[in-house]
Every structure is written in structure tokens, then in C-alpha cells.
Design a binder for this molecule. Sequence first.
Ligand SMILES: Nc1ncnc2c1ncn2[C@@H]1O[C@H](COP(=O)(O)OP(=O)(O)OP(=O)(O)O)[C@@H](O)[C@H]1O
Ligand SMILES: [Mg+2]
Length: 250
Amino acid sequence: MSADLPQEPAPNRPLIEVRDVTRVYLAGDQEVRALDGVSLTIERGAFVAIMGASGSGKSTLMAVLGCLDRPTGGQYLLDGKDMAEATDEELAHIRNAEIGFVFQNFNLLPRTSALENVALPLDYAEPEVGSRKQRAERAGAALALMGLAGQERRTPSRLSGGQQQRVAIARAMVNNPQLILADEPTGNLDTRTSHEIMDKLGALNRERGITIVLVTHEQDIAAYAGRVIVMRDGKIVEDRQVPGGAVAAA
Ligand SMILES: Nc1ncnc2c1ncn2[C@@H]1O[C@H](COP(=O)(O)OP(=O)(O)OP(=O)(O)O)[C@@H](O)[C@H]1O
Ligand SMILES: [Mg+2]
């Protein structure tokens, strides 16, 4: 782009637009409508909690939002782009560069140090991110931000559950994604550790403007979000703003 052209205004389209999305699974000759006509708009910088009974479709929706799964009907636009038109290669790039994932079971490589776990998204980035040394520095900075300076060389089994989840959050944010998707990130943690994890996610949302979508079964975890969506039988049955909750970044 030429230097004397005016700067593009910040995009004001929503980060996420889900339009009448369905996801039908075939189990034997039974159809399971895991998502049944879901429509949803999420603004950039929002912090959204998704709740609902087991089997209501929360993880299926997260898989669609994370470009891990394609819907069987409807449309998913991420940052204004229709994901149905993206090739598998483009989707892999989006998952690496634009989205960070945090799971209930941490999903760290067991025999790999905290530092190397965090550096993985940089190592796999296309085009490559900096030199090996620069990648290690960035991973180290992400660990330090999560309060894990000094733990870089430990493997997951030598870290507590809360520390492992903070390594996973460092890995999720090391690439500066637009979006972090967290599916029950506190599901395996005690109450005090759960709140530590939520403080870290809240800070990433407030201070870096990263959009966060989080699944939880717990009301006091959902209370960190600025908006709570409730699902039942593959449908959104409630969608409310949380008074005093997280406020979408400008
Ligand atoms: N791969 C699959 N094949 C067949 N059915 C599936 C598959 N994945 C999910 N389902 C079904 O889709 C529905 C929604 O599942 P999903 O995992 O999204 O629920 P959930 O809200 O995340 O539940 P939980 O709170 O237990 O994690 C359920 O009926 C589930 O059995
Ligand atoms: Mg689930």
C-alpha cells in the first residue's frame, strides 16, 4: 500500500456473524441436530459466555466458530469472510493466526517444555515468525505475562493444573489472535484457581481487546463475561448483557 493513501478506518463490521447455522450428525440412521438454526453476532472486543445443559450444542458451536468443523447449513462469517468459501489450507491458517484455543484438559504436549508448548503456534505459522531465538523470546514473554517466568523448562506433569492452563492461555495468545475460544477452561480446576484463570482471560480481553468466547456450566465464571448466551437443544434460548460485566473494548 502506498504511504500517502489515507489509513483504512478500523473495520466496524462484527468479528463473528453466524446466520441460521445447523449442524446435523448422523448417528446410525438417527439424525442429531446439534445446532438447529443458530444466529449470532459478536462484536470485536466482546467477552461472551455460553451456557446450557450437557448436549445442548455448546462445543459444536465452538467448533464451528473455531473453523474446526463446517456447518451443514447456514453461513458463518469471520471478520466478514464467508468460511464456506475458505479452503482447508486457508482454514488451517486462520486457526493458527487468528484464533487461540483453550480446552478443559489443557491439551499440552506432555513431554515438551512449557516454553516449547507456547512456541508451537509460532513454529507452525505460515509465513514463519522470526528466528528460532525470536520465537523463544516471544513464548517466554507470553509465559511471563501469565505469571510463569522461571517455569519455562518444566514439562506439564511438573506443573499444577492452574499452571498448565496458564501455559495453554499463553499458547493461545502468543500469535496475537483476534479471538480466543475457551471450552470449559475451568472445568478441571478448583474454585480459587478457576478465578485466577478468569482474571487472566479478563485481562487479555480488557488490555489487548481480544474477543473471548467461553463455555462454562458455572454462573460465577459466566459473570466475568459482558454477555451470556444460553443454549438448549441446539438453539439459542437466551441472550443477555451482564450489568457491570466486561465491556466491549472500543
Ligand atoms: N461427532 C458427533 N457425532 C454424533 N453426535 C454428536 C457428535 N458430536 C456431538 N454430537 C451430539 O450433538 C449434540 C451436542 O453436543 P455438544 O458436544 O455440542 O454439546 P455440549 O453442549 O458441548 O455438551 P457438554 O456440556 O456435555 O460438553 C449432543 O446430542 C451430542 O451427542
Ligand atoms: Mg461440550
